[in-house]
Design a protein around this ligand. Structure first.
Ligand SMILES: [Zn+2]
Length: 203
């Protein structure tokens, strides 16, 4: 997806409609800076803003992703290209997220252990020791929450029986026994329990 091309296209369409960046921002209930970021090709509009943005600019979502007005006869082809590109980007993002989870896991485990050792072997008042252990535990729990969240949303889990791939609920990820990233969960499609592997691609 060409962010620069999309940005120029948004800017062109906005000018054609005779509205300023701040007027557009106001219609979308967002900041001028966000509009300027899109137009400079720094980022894409949030999915939630896209329908209204397209309506204001008089374009389709497909036009927006293509960075140009798509000819009717090319619509299907462009739509497929854009979907494919979006899938690729999601897979790339999921891989990055899972990598972050590993790094965060290592850092937090080392930190948790180090602080626990410090609180055990160094001379300090009981209150200081309690506070240290408490802060250590809270940090660990918060980090674990984020790691589980990543585990839930990045990629999919695949049922061993019917090979259905899906994103489970946070609670089911939280409660499931696991070995590494493979979790023992109930498949929402066939209702059978199995050790489900984490997969990046839905295909
Ligand atoms: Zn299944």
């Amino acid at each position: 997806m060409d962010l620069i091309k999309i940005g120029k296209f948004i800017s062109l369409k906005r000018k054609e409609k005779g509205i300023t960046q701040s007027e557009l921002a106001e219609k979308l209930y967002i900041s001028d800076r966000a509009v300027s970021k899109w137009e400079n090709g720094i980022c894409l509009p949030d999915a939630g803003n896209m329908p209204l943005l397209c309506e204001i600019l008089g374009i389709t979502i497909n036009d927006l992703f293509s960075g140009e007005e798509v000819d009717m006869k090319d619509t299907e082809k462009k739509l497929e290209e854009n979907l494919l590109e979006m899938t690729k980007q999601k897979e790339q993002k999921d891989r990055q997220l899972l990598m972050i989870e590993v790094v965060l896991g290592v850092i937090i485990t080392v930190m948790f252990t180090a602080l626990l050792i410090v609180s055990c072997i160094f001379e300090m008042s009981n209150i200081a020791r309690c506070i240290l252990i408490l802060v250590d535990t809270i940090t660990f729990v918060i980090a674990a929450f984020f790691m589980l969240k990543i585990e839930q949303v990045a990629g999919y889990y695949e049922c061993k029986h019917c090979h259905y791939k899906y994103v489970p609920t946070y609670l089911s990820v939280n409660l499931a026994p696991h070995m590494g990233r493979t979790r023992y969960m109930k498949c929402p499609k066939c209702n059978k329990k199995s050790w489900q592997k984490k997969v990046i691609s839905k295909k």
